[in-house]
Design a protein around this ligand. Structure first.
Ligand code: PLP
Length: 388
Protein backbone atom coordinates (compact mmCIF):
# COMPACT_ATOMS: atom_id res chain seq x y z
CA UNK A 1 0.00 0.00 0.00
CA UNK A 2 1.40 3.40 -0.97
CA UNK A 3 1.46 5.70 2.04
CA UNK A 4 -0.13 9.11 1.86
CA UNK A 5 1.66 11.80 3.81
CA UNK A 6 -0.60 14.65 4.87
CA UNK A 7 1.38 16.09 7.75
CA UNK A 8 3.59 18.61 5.93
CA UNK A 9 3.07 21.13 8.76
CA UNK A 10 4.92 18.75 11.10
CA UNK A 11 7.81 18.39 8.72
CA UNK A 12 8.43 18.13 4.98
CA UNK A 13 10.52 15.61 3.08
CA UNK A 14 13.83 17.16 2.05
CA UNK A 15 13.66 18.13 -1.62
CA UNK A 16 16.01 15.95 -3.76
CA UNK A 17 17.61 19.12 -5.20
CA UNK A 18 18.28 20.29 -1.64
CA UNK A 19 19.99 17.02 -0.73
CA UNK A 20 22.08 17.27 -3.90
CA UNK A 21 23.18 20.82 -3.05
CA UNK A 22 24.11 19.81 0.51
CA UNK A 23 26.19 16.71 -0.24
CA UNK A 24 29.49 18.38 -1.28
CA UNK A 25 29.50 20.32 1.99
CA UNK A 26 29.87 17.09 3.97
CA UNK A 27 32.85 15.92 1.97
CA UNK A 28 35.00 17.99 -0.40
CA UNK A 29 33.86 21.41 0.91
CA UNK A 30 33.83 20.52 4.61
CA UNK A 31 35.81 23.50 5.91
CA UNK A 32 35.10 25.61 8.97
CA UNK A 33 34.00 29.09 7.81
CA UNK A 34 36.22 30.65 10.48
CA UNK A 35 39.39 29.12 8.99
CA UNK A 36 41.44 31.49 6.88
CA UNK A 37 42.70 28.95 4.31
CA UNK A 38 40.75 28.10 1.18
CA UNK A 39 38.59 25.27 2.60
CA UNK A 40 37.30 27.66 5.23
CA UNK A 41 36.83 30.54 2.83
CA UNK A 42 34.81 28.35 0.43
CA UNK A 43 32.48 27.39 3.27
CA UNK A 44 32.25 31.02 4.39
CA UNK A 45 31.39 32.05 0.83
CA UNK A 46 28.62 29.45 0.67
CA UNK A 47 27.09 30.66 3.95
CA UNK A 48 27.09 34.22 2.63
CA UNK A 49 25.40 33.22 -0.64
CA UNK A 50 22.68 31.25 1.13
CA UNK A 51 22.02 34.17 3.46
CA UNK A 52 21.18 36.27 0.40
CA UNK A 53 18.73 33.63 -0.92
CA UNK A 54 16.90 33.60 2.39
CA UNK A 55 16.86 37.38 2.56
CA UNK A 56 15.35 37.43 -0.96
CA UNK A 57 12.55 35.10 0.09
CA UNK A 58 11.39 37.50 2.83
CA UNK A 59 12.02 40.83 1.09
CA UNK A 60 14.94 41.70 3.34
CA UNK A 61 17.27 44.21 1.71
CA UNK A 62 20.00 45.18 4.12
CA UNK A 63 19.13 43.87 7.54
CA UNK A 64 20.43 40.74 9.22
CA UNK A 65 19.74 37.03 8.88
CA UNK A 66 21.23 34.97 11.71
CA UNK A 67 21.29 31.21 11.25
CA UNK A 68 20.04 29.12 14.17
CA UNK A 69 19.37 25.46 14.93
CA UNK A 70 15.70 25.82 13.97
CA UNK A 71 12.48 27.70 14.59
CA UNK A 72 12.52 27.05 18.33
CA UNK A 73 15.93 28.64 18.78
CA UNK A 74 14.96 31.58 16.58
CA UNK A 75 11.86 32.20 18.76
CA UNK A 76 13.85 31.86 21.99
CA UNK A 77 16.61 34.14 20.71
CA UNK A 78 14.19 36.83 19.54
CA UNK A 79 12.07 36.91 22.68
CA UNK A 80 14.68 36.43 25.40
CA UNK A 81 17.18 38.51 23.44
CA UNK A 82 14.88 41.55 23.23
CA UNK A 83 13.48 41.12 26.74
CA UNK A 84 16.89 40.98 28.42
CA UNK A 85 18.53 43.69 26.32
CA UNK A 86 15.66 46.15 26.80
CA UNK A 87 14.65 45.41 30.38
CA UNK A 88 15.73 48.84 31.57
CA UNK A 89 13.00 50.37 29.33
CA UNK A 90 10.23 48.20 30.68
CA UNK A 91 9.22 44.68 31.65
CA UNK A 92 5.87 44.26 29.89
CA UNK A 93 5.71 41.83 26.97
CA UNK A 94 2.71 40.80 24.87
CA UNK A 95 1.85 37.62 22.99
CA UNK A 96 -1.25 35.62 22.08
CA UNK A 97 -2.96 32.54 23.45
CA UNK A 98 -2.48 30.58 20.23
CA UNK A 99 1.29 30.68 19.81
CA UNK A 100 3.49 27.64 19.26
CA UNK A 101 5.02 26.20 22.43
CA UNK A 102 8.39 27.64 21.39
CA UNK A 103 6.91 31.11 22.02
CA UNK A 104 4.47 30.36 24.86
CA UNK A 105 7.01 28.50 26.97
CA UNK A 106 9.59 31.27 26.43
CA UNK A 107 7.06 33.84 27.65
CA UNK A 108 6.26 31.67 30.67
CA UNK A 109 9.97 31.42 31.43
CA UNK A 110 10.27 35.21 31.40
CA UNK A 111 7.06 35.58 33.42
CA UNK A 112 8.56 33.45 36.20
CA UNK A 113 11.54 35.80 36.19
CA UNK A 114 9.47 38.92 36.78
CA UNK A 115 8.29 40.03 33.33
CA UNK A 116 4.61 40.99 33.08
CA UNK A 117 2.88 39.19 30.25
CA UNK A 118 -0.37 39.94 28.39
CA UNK A 119 -1.77 36.93 26.51
CA UNK A 120 -4.10 38.22 23.77
CA UNK A 121 -7.35 36.35 23.09
CA UNK A 122 -8.57 35.27 19.65
CA UNK A 123 -12.01 35.10 18.04
CA UNK A 124 -13.80 31.93 16.89
CA UNK A 125 -11.59 31.77 13.77
CA UNK A 126 -8.39 32.14 15.76
CA UNK A 127 -7.88 35.76 14.68
CA UNK A 128 -6.25 38.34 16.93
CA UNK A 129 -7.87 41.78 16.98
CA UNK A 130 -5.18 44.45 16.38
CA UNK A 131 -7.33 46.74 18.56
CA UNK A 132 -6.56 44.42 21.48
CA UNK A 133 -2.84 44.86 20.85
CA UNK A 134 -3.27 48.63 20.93
CA UNK A 135 -5.23 48.46 24.18
CA UNK A 136 -2.64 46.19 25.81
CA UNK A 137 0.37 48.43 25.10
CA UNK A 138 1.58 50.46 28.09
CA UNK A 139 4.57 52.69 28.70
CA UNK A 140 6.38 49.64 30.06
CA UNK A 141 5.82 47.46 26.94
CA UNK A 142 8.95 46.45 25.06
CA UNK A 143 7.88 43.54 22.84
CA UNK A 144 4.92 42.01 20.98
CA UNK A 145 5.17 38.50 19.52
CA UNK A 146 2.34 37.21 17.32
CA UNK A 147 2.63 34.28 14.94
CA UNK A 148 2.20 34.84 11.21
CA UNK A 149 0.14 31.72 10.54
CA UNK A 150 -1.05 29.00 12.86
CA UNK A 151 0.57 25.58 12.63
CA UNK A 152 -2.65 24.06 13.93
CA UNK A 153 -5.63 25.64 12.25
CA UNK A 154 -3.86 27.63 9.53
CA UNK A 155 -5.34 31.07 10.28
CA UNK A 156 -3.20 33.95 8.97
CA UNK A 157 -2.97 36.79 11.49
CA UNK A 158 -3.25 40.55 10.71
CA UNK A 159 0.50 41.10 11.04
CA UNK A 160 0.64 44.30 8.94
CA UNK A 161 -1.98 45.98 11.13
CA UNK A 162 -0.21 44.91 14.32
CA UNK A 163 3.10 46.10 12.82
CA UNK A 164 1.63 49.57 12.34
CA UNK A 165 0.69 49.70 16.01
CA UNK A 166 4.08 48.51 17.29
CA UNK A 167 5.95 50.93 15.01
CA UNK A 168 3.85 53.82 16.24
CA UNK A 169 4.45 52.79 19.85
CA UNK A 170 8.19 52.27 19.24
CA UNK A 171 8.24 48.68 20.51
CA UNK A 172 9.77 45.54 19.07
CA UNK A 173 7.58 43.23 17.01
CA UNK A 174 8.48 39.57 16.52
CA UNK A 175 6.58 37.11 14.38
CA UNK A 176 6.97 33.35 14.30
CA UNK A 177 6.65 32.80 10.56
CA UNK A 178 7.79 29.17 10.60
CA UNK A 179 4.60 27.96 8.86
CA UNK A 180 4.37 30.88 6.45
CA UNK A 181 7.85 31.40 4.98
CA UNK A 182 8.19 29.59 1.66
CA UNK A 183 4.43 28.96 1.48
CA UNK A 184 2.87 32.41 1.21
CA UNK A 185 4.43 35.79 0.37
CA UNK A 186 6.32 37.27 3.32
CA UNK A 187 7.84 40.74 3.11
CA UNK A 188 9.40 42.02 6.31
CA UNK A 189 9.14 45.64 5.21
CA UNK A 190 5.46 45.47 4.30
CA UNK A 191 4.77 43.65 7.56
CA UNK A 192 6.66 46.12 9.72
CA UNK A 193 8.22 43.37 11.83
CA UNK A 194 11.59 43.71 13.56
CA UNK A 195 12.21 40.02 14.09
CA UNK A 196 10.96 36.98 12.16
CA UNK A 197 11.58 33.27 12.82
CA UNK A 198 11.99 30.64 10.09
CA UNK A 199 12.73 26.92 9.97
CA UNK A 200 14.16 25.00 6.99
CA UNK A 201 12.40 21.69 7.56
CA UNK A 202 8.98 23.24 7.00
CA UNK A 203 9.88 24.24 3.44
CA UNK A 204 11.59 21.10 2.08
CA UNK A 205 14.94 21.90 3.67
CA UNK A 206 16.79 19.84 6.29
CA UNK A 207 15.93 19.61 9.98
CA UNK A 208 18.05 21.37 12.60
CA UNK A 209 18.52 24.66 10.79
CA UNK A 210 16.54 27.86 10.88
CA UNK A 211 17.08 31.59 10.94
CA UNK A 212 16.09 34.78 12.67
CA UNK A 213 15.61 37.94 10.63
CA UNK A 214 16.73 40.95 12.69
CA UNK A 215 15.97 44.50 11.57
CA UNK A 216 19.06 46.71 11.51
CA UNK A 217 19.74 48.45 14.81
CA UNK A 218 17.71 46.01 16.95
CA UNK A 219 19.08 45.51 20.45
CA UNK A 220 19.24 41.80 21.36
CA UNK A 221 21.30 39.99 23.97
CA UNK A 222 22.97 36.97 22.33
CA UNK A 223 21.44 33.65 23.21
CA UNK A 224 24.53 31.52 22.56
CA UNK A 225 27.83 32.69 24.01
CA UNK A 226 31.18 31.58 22.67
CA UNK A 227 32.91 32.37 19.39
CA UNK A 228 32.35 35.34 17.12
CA UNK A 229 30.27 33.66 14.44
CA UNK A 230 27.24 35.35 12.88
CA UNK A 231 28.69 38.80 13.66
CA UNK A 232 28.70 37.86 17.34
CA UNK A 233 24.94 37.35 17.32
CA UNK A 234 25.16 33.54 17.62
CA UNK A 235 28.22 31.58 18.65
CA UNK A 236 29.02 28.04 17.37
CA UNK A 237 30.48 26.74 14.13
CA UNK A 238 27.96 27.22 11.34
CA UNK A 239 25.97 24.19 10.15
CA UNK A 240 27.26 24.67 6.62
CA UNK A 241 25.50 21.74 4.86
CA UNK A 242 22.27 22.64 6.65
CA UNK A 243 22.57 26.30 5.69
CA UNK A 244 23.25 25.38 2.06
CA UNK A 245 20.16 23.14 2.12
CA UNK A 246 18.08 25.91 3.65
CA UNK A 247 19.23 28.37 0.96
CA UNK A 248 18.47 25.93 -1.84
CA UNK A 249 15.03 25.21 -0.37
CA UNK A 250 14.35 28.95 -0.08
CA UNK A 251 15.27 29.48 -3.72
CA UNK A 252 12.99 26.68 -4.93
CA UNK A 253 10.15 27.90 -2.69
CA UNK A 254 10.53 31.41 -4.10
CA UNK A 255 10.35 30.18 -7.69
CA UNK A 256 7.42 27.82 -7.19
CA UNK A 257 5.35 29.73 -4.63
CA UNK A 258 2.60 31.20 -6.80
CA UNK A 259 1.91 27.98 -8.64
CA UNK A 260 1.99 25.91 -5.45
CA UNK A 261 -0.34 28.30 -3.62
CA UNK A 262 -2.92 27.99 -6.37
CA UNK A 263 -2.66 24.22 -6.65
CA UNK A 264 -2.79 23.61 -2.91
CA UNK A 265 -5.66 26.02 -2.33
CA UNK A 266 -7.74 24.02 -4.84
CA UNK A 267 -6.89 20.71 -3.17
CA UNK A 268 -7.47 22.19 0.30
CA UNK A 269 -10.91 23.55 -0.59
CA UNK A 270 -11.92 20.30 -2.26
CA UNK A 271 -10.98 18.35 0.85
CA UNK A 272 -12.76 20.78 3.19
CA UNK A 273 -15.94 21.00 1.12
CA UNK A 274 -16.33 17.28 0.66
CA UNK A 275 -15.39 16.28 4.21
CA UNK A 276 -18.00 18.65 5.64
CA UNK A 277 -20.54 17.33 3.11
CA UNK A 278 -19.85 13.64 3.72
CA UNK A 279 -19.48 13.68 7.52
CA UNK A 280 -22.35 15.08 9.52
CA UNK A 281 -21.57 16.89 12.78
CA UNK A 282 -18.24 18.06 11.42
CA UNK A 283 -16.95 21.63 11.15
CA UNK A 284 -13.96 23.54 9.92
CA UNK A 285 -11.58 25.02 12.49
CA UNK A 286 -9.83 28.27 11.65
CA UNK A 287 -10.70 30.97 9.15
CA UNK A 288 -12.39 29.81 5.92
CA UNK A 289 -10.33 32.07 3.63
CA UNK A 290 -7.58 33.76 5.66
CA UNK A 291 -5.78 30.47 6.07
CA UNK A 292 -2.66 28.73 4.80
CA UNK A 293 -3.17 27.14 1.36
CA UNK A 294 -2.16 23.74 2.72
CA UNK A 295 -4.07 23.53 6.00
CA UNK A 296 -7.29 21.63 6.67
CA UNK A 297 -8.38 21.34 10.30
CA UNK A 298 -11.77 19.81 11.07
CA UNK A 299 -13.57 18.76 14.22
CA UNK A 300 -15.63 15.60 14.05
CA UNK A 301 -18.11 15.27 16.91
CA UNK A 302 -18.59 12.08 18.96
CA UNK A 303 -15.22 10.54 18.12
CA UNK A 304 -11.69 10.97 19.41
CA UNK A 305 -9.15 12.43 17.00
CA UNK A 306 -6.56 9.85 18.12
CA UNK A 307 -8.84 6.92 17.23
CA UNK A 308 -9.39 8.38 13.78
CA UNK A 309 -5.66 8.85 13.30
CA UNK A 310 -4.89 5.24 14.17
CA UNK A 311 -7.54 4.04 11.74
CA UNK A 312 -6.27 6.35 9.01
CA UNK A 313 -2.78 5.01 9.62
CA UNK A 314 -4.07 1.47 9.02
CA UNK A 315 -5.17 2.71 5.61
CA UNK A 316 -1.73 4.25 4.99
CA UNK A 317 -2.80 7.85 5.60
CA UNK A 318 -0.62 10.03 7.89
CA UNK A 319 -2.32 13.05 9.42
CA UNK A 320 -2.27 14.72 12.82
CA UNK A 321 -4.68 15.62 15.57
CA UNK A 322 -5.15 19.26 16.33
CA UNK A 323 -5.42 18.16 19.92
CA UNK A 324 -1.78 17.69 20.85
CA UNK A 325 1.42 19.26 19.70
CA UNK A 326 3.41 16.28 20.86
CA UNK A 327 1.67 12.97 20.37
CA UNK A 328 2.54 11.96 23.93
CA UNK A 329 0.22 14.62 25.34
CA UNK A 330 -3.48 13.95 25.60
CA UNK A 331 -4.32 17.49 26.65
CA UNK A 332 -6.63 19.21 24.18
CA UNK A 333 -4.97 21.86 22.07
CA UNK A 334 -4.53 25.22 23.82
CA UNK A 335 -5.16 26.82 20.42
CA UNK A 336 -8.56 25.24 19.85
CA UNK A 337 -9.59 25.93 23.45
CA UNK A 338 -8.58 29.59 23.02
CA UNK A 339 -10.90 29.72 19.99
CA UNK A 340 -13.77 28.67 22.23
CA UNK A 341 -14.06 25.00 21.24
CA UNK A 342 -15.32 22.65 23.94
CA UNK A 343 -12.92 19.97 25.24
CA UNK A 344 -14.92 17.32 23.31
CA UNK A 345 -14.68 19.21 20.02
CA UNK A 346 -11.01 19.93 20.52
CA UNK A 347 -10.42 16.21 21.15
CA UNK A 348 -12.22 15.34 17.94
CA UNK A 349 -10.08 17.55 15.75
CA UNK A 350 -7.87 16.46 12.88
CA UNK A 351 -5.29 18.30 10.84
CA UNK A 352 -4.39 17.45 7.28
CA UNK A 353 -1.53 19.51 5.93
CA UNK A 354 -0.90 19.23 2.22
CA UNK A 355 2.34 19.73 0.30
CA UNK A 356 4.41 19.53 -2.83
CA UNK A 357 3.74 15.85 -3.49
CA UNK A 358 0.04 15.80 -2.58
CA UNK A 359 -2.14 14.68 -5.49
CA UNK A 360 -5.85 14.77 -6.32
CA UNK A 361 -5.90 11.00 -6.06
CA UNK A 362 -4.59 11.17 -2.50
CA UNK A 363 -7.29 13.67 -1.56
CA UNK A 364 -9.89 11.31 -3.03
CA UNK A 365 -8.51 8.45 -0.95
CA UNK A 366 -8.93 10.50 2.22
CA UNK A 367 -12.45 11.47 1.16
CA UNK A 368 -13.25 7.81 0.76
CA UNK A 369 -11.55 6.58 3.95
CA UNK A 370 -12.47 9.22 6.53
CA UNK A 371 -16.30 9.06 6.33
CA UNK A 372 -16.09 5.24 6.59
CA UNK A 373 -13.78 5.40 9.60
CA UNK A 374 -15.93 8.00 11.35
CA UNK A 375 -19.10 5.94 10.76
CA UNK A 376 -17.40 2.84 12.17
CA UNK A 377 -16.11 4.65 15.26
CA UNK A 378 -19.40 6.41 15.87
CA UNK A 379 -21.20 3.08 15.82
CA UNK A 380 -19.07 2.11 18.83
CA UNK A 381 -18.92 5.54 20.45
CA UNK A 382 -20.16 6.04 24.00
CA UNK A 383 -19.99 9.79 23.29
CA UNK A 384 -22.72 9.44 20.67
CA UNK A 385 -24.84 7.03 22.74
CA UNK A 386 -24.82 9.49 25.65
CA UNK A 387 -26.02 12.17 23.28
CA UNK A 388 -29.04 10.18 22.09
N1 PLP B 1 6.93 27.65 15.39
C1 PLP B 1 5.97 27.05 14.67
C2 PLP B 1 4.75 27.82 14.28
C3 PLP B 1 6.09 25.70 14.30
O1 PLP B 1 5.12 25.12 13.60
C4 PLP B 1 7.26 25.01 14.69
C5 PLP B 1 7.42 23.57 14.38
O2 PLP B 1 6.53 22.77 14.58
C6 PLP B 1 8.26 25.69 15.42
C7 PLP B 1 8.05 27.01 15.74
C8 PLP B 1 9.52 25.02 15.85
O3 PLP B 1 10.42 24.87 14.77
P1 PLP B 1 11.63 23.84 14.85
O4 PLP B 1 11.04 22.47 14.75
O5 PLP B 1 12.49 24.17 13.65
O6 PLP B 1 12.33 24.08 16.13
Amino acid sequence: MRRIYLDYAATTPTHPEVVKAMLPYFTEAFGNPSSIYSYGQEAKGAVGEERVKIANLIGDRDDEIVFTSGGTEADNFAIKGVAIANESKGNHIITSLIEHHAVIETYKFLEKRGFKVTYLPVDEYGLIDPGDVKKAVTERTILVSVMYASNEMGTIEPITEIGRITREAGIYFHTDAVQAVGHIPVDVNELGVDLLSMSAHKLYGPKGVGALYIRKGSKLTPFMHGGEQERRRRASTENVPGIVGFGQAAEIAHQEMNEEMERLTCLRDRLIKNLLKRIDHSRLNGHPTMRLPNNVNVSVDYVEGESILLNLDLEGICASTGSACSSSSLEPSHVLLAMGLSHERAHGSLRFSLGKWTTEEEIERVLDALPRIVAKLRAMSPLLKNQR
